[in-house]
Write a protein that binds this ligand. Structure first.
Ligand code: CAA
Length: 399
């Protein structure tokens, strides 16, 4: 026994702390108050009218909520990643369309420029993104390329000090409202993933085109567009990262984006609980509130358990991000579980609301429609399973 470390001290060194710091509690409250007062009340009308939430974004900017985790010197408020999830959950609880707009702006665009941009690029783009003066989008997916993101067909051809980009990008959140697009293009198809390079396009200078897509099941007030790149000339100064590093940059961006989607999904699940408890404690059948019926309580209890499990998975991924440790696996677990849990919660919530749940008189049908895309975008549930399975087995079942 002589050489063994004392049990107590080794336990102490692995303490898990679930308490939020005073600063985390305070940013969570700020986000909650803002979401309740400024986001939730207009959500149904924006959904009905497919109205992009630009007024909401305008009000969020002065609070620093458009640049949460970006350091102050680049225009953000320097939130830690757990705080970033707390804010994102609150926004997602109120309106997934606003949350999607924010996830793309912050987690896919700002955080990627922060990580891979030169000092000059960060100074040039981050402050105006964080202030909401410009909206950014993330152009990876194409009409014929989704999960198999190494197979991009958009091409980048070098021409002196510039590149010429040609192709189409599909399902691009914020595409039509964007002034800046982070676009991935193939410069050397023989190299597959290692031929892909990332570029930042500025609409005012590189004049890329866009076409808004309509008729979506959910996220109806967020913007989803096709990006049109017809020989768009981009200076080499707008290249993000090294030539051929684009795929890794995209994957790193998705580790950040998936975290944000997961946090937003927790928000949806929480909204389902809140709406269901409110309804079930007031609506009566058989002479008592429906919350007094065991089968209704079971639906609510299932929602509570899954929502809390999802939230803890998000916080764990956030904790790893805060410590600068690898988190791809944990982020995929959180994204997968939270997306699926939110969908089940929304389904339960509709069941509890009965016929009213089928109408937009109550918000739960919107939660159900909006939750659906979390299982698709930023890597489908199946892609997350393949990533998790690859970590578990060491065997690559992708492709
Ligand atoms: N971070 C950093 N690097 C990573 C990485 C990560 N998370 N994942 C992979 N890489 C690196 C690998 O290390 C590897 O580099 P080396 O060759 O030097 O070792 C390289 O990238 C290739 O990786 P893989 O072998 O893992 O690539 P793969 O072909 O097996 O594909 C995949 C992996 C996980 C399936 C990936 O293609 C993927 O995530 N597909 C889904 C795409 C997706 O999520 N699209 C969503 C679009 S964005 C969106 O929805 C935006 C919107 O507007 C809402």
């Amino acid at each position: 026994m002589d050489g063994d470390p004392p049990l107590v001290s080794s336990l102490n060194s692995t303490t898990v702390d679930f308490d939020l710091s005073p600063e985390q509690q305070s940013i969570r409250k700020l986000a909650k108050d803002f979401a309740d007062k400024e986001i939730a009340p207009g959500a149904r009308e924006r959904d009905r009218g497919e109205t992009f939430p630009k007024d909401v974004l305008r009000k969020m900017a002065p609070l620093g909520l458009l640049g949460g985790p970006v350091p102050e010197k680049y225009g953000g408020i320097g939130l830690d990643f757990v705080s970033h999830a707390l804010v994102t959950e609150e926004v997602g609880r109120a309106d997934s369309s606003v949350r999607t707009t924010l996830s793309v702006q912050i987690s896919l665009v700002e955080m990627t420029i922060l990580k891979f941009g030169t000092e000059e690029q960060k100074q040039r783009w981050l402050p105006s993104l964080c202030k909401g003066e410009i909206i950014g989008c993330f152009g990876l997916t194409e009409p014929e390329v989704g999960s198999d993101a190494t197979k991009l067909r958009t091409t980048a051809k070098r021409d002196g000090d510039s590149w010429v980009l040609r192709g189409r990008k599909m399902w691009i959140s914020n595409g039509s409202v964007s002034k800046l697009a982070l676009v991935f293009a193939q410069g050397d198809p023989s190299k597959e993933a290692k031929g892909i390079t990332a570029f930042v396009l500025e609409r005012d200078r590189q004049s890329y085109g866009s076409q808004a897509l309509h008729g979506k099941l959910g996220l109806r007030s967020s913007d989803s567009s096709e990006l049109i790149l017809d020989d768009v000339r981009v200076p080499d100064a707008n290249r993000l990262g090294e030539i051929g590093d684009g795929f890794k940059i995209a994957m790193t961006a998705l580790d950040s984006g998936r975290y944000s989607v997961a946090a937003g999904a927790v928000g949806v699940a929480q909204a389902c609980i809140d709406a269901s408890v409110q309804y079930a404690t007031t609506r009566k059948t058989f002479g008592k509130p429906i919350a007094g019926h065991q089968l209704v309580q079971e639906l609510i209890a299932d929602m509570v358990v899954e929502t809390e499990a999802a939230r803890l998975l998000v916080w764990r991924a956030g904790d790893l991000k805060d410590k600068g440790r690898p988190n791809t696996r944990e982020t995929s677990i959180a994204k997968l579980y939270a997306s699926e849990a939110a969908q089940r919660a929304a389904d339960n919530a509709i069941q509890i609301h009965g016929g009213y749940g089928f109408s937009d008189e109550f918000p739960v049908e919107r939660y159900w429609r909006d939750a659906r895309v979390n299982r698709l975008y930023e890597g489908t549930t199946q892609i997350q399973k393949l990533i998790i399975g690859r970590f578990a087995t060491g065997i690559d079942a992708i492709g």
